[in-house]
Design a protein around this ligand. Structure first.
Ligand code: UDP
Length: 258
């Protein structure tokens, strides 16, 4: 396993690794010189990337980019390059905390509604007392507050920054400011803070293992997520169909050329 096990999906270079391997890569990135940008790409992210060139370029330049969710696995299989695992931030988080337990690595939590990051900090201290959480801040701040937030993270001497502000805001923030914040690695983790602070219950295991977690999330937050999942999933599936047809036609054309 190394950081070069990459496959191209929708023009984004994905690290094709198992979840435990992804944890190891993230831990190794904490020894690096520059701030590593760690991103999780799901079907919604792909749809966003089609509309937002800046976001797509940031994903393309990510140091560690993992495929999150059943949609990405489906796409990879359809394109003839099945992925090893579903590497999503929410499943990876407890493994990462276990691995960091007892180490001197410091984590800063940035994102979520006011109070959520602090609540997560308390839950983490109960569950992983050996993990050092050096700061927490909500994710609803504007451009004018940026300098203050960056200084807060820098002064906390965090090694790992978790940014839970939703895509594409979190990835853009990481790409622009992770280096200035002085961290070794920054991860975009979406709604993770809500789950582990017990603010929103996560889908039962059977839904997660059968690829139905999105249905549970839709049930929990229909007003916010109906467009993402009902329309977004249909658009994503149509992208898979069109691209597979394109690959098939191109492969056929190449095979009959002299
Ligand atoms: N959020 C934030 N700042 C913003 C917008 C959103 O901190 O300006 C938070 C929001 O409170 C939520 C998370 O970002 O906790 C977005 O989660 P979402 O469910 O969209 O992410 P996903 O896990 O689906 O990628």
């Amino acid at each position: 396993m190394n950081a070069s096990n990459r496959v191209d999906l929708f023009g984004i270079s994905i690290h094709d690794v198992t979840l435990p391997q992804a944890v190891k890569l993230i831990l190794a990135s904490l020894d690096g010189e520059k701030a590593a940008c760690v991103f999780f790409v799901n079907a919604d992210c792909v749809n966003l990337a089609y509309r937002d060139a800046e976001y797509k370029a940031i994903l393309r330049d990510g140091d560690l980019v993992f495929a999150d969710g059943v949609g990405m696995r489906l796409a990879a299989r359809a394109f003839g390059a099945p992925l090893l695992d579903n590497v999503n931030g929410t499943d990876l988080f407890p493994e990462l905390c276990e691995a960091l337990s007892g180490s001197s690595r410091r984590i800063f939590l940035l994102g979520g509604a006011p109070g959520v990051a602090e609540q997560l900090r308390e839950r983490m201290s109960d569950r992983w007392p050996g993990v050092v959480i050096c700061g927490a801040h909500h994710g609803y701040f504007n451009e004018q507050d940026n300098e203050r937030v960056i200084a807060l993270i820098r002064e906390s001497r965090a090694d790992l920054l978790l940014v839970a502000m939703g895509a594409p805001r979190q990835e853009k923030w990481i790409a622009a400011y992770a280096e200035a914040a002085g961290v070794r690695a920054a991860m975009g983790v979406g709604g993770l803070f809500n789950f582990y602070s017990d603010r929103i219950p996560r889908a039962p295991r059977w839904m997660r293992t059968t690829g139905l977690e999105w249905l549970h999330r839709l049930w929990m937050e229909p007003a916010r997520l109906w467009r993402r999942y009902l329309i977004g999933n249909a658009i994503f599936l149509s992208r898979i169909v069109w691209l597979s047809l394109f690959f098939r036609v191109t492969a056929k054309r190449n095979s009959i050329q002299p």
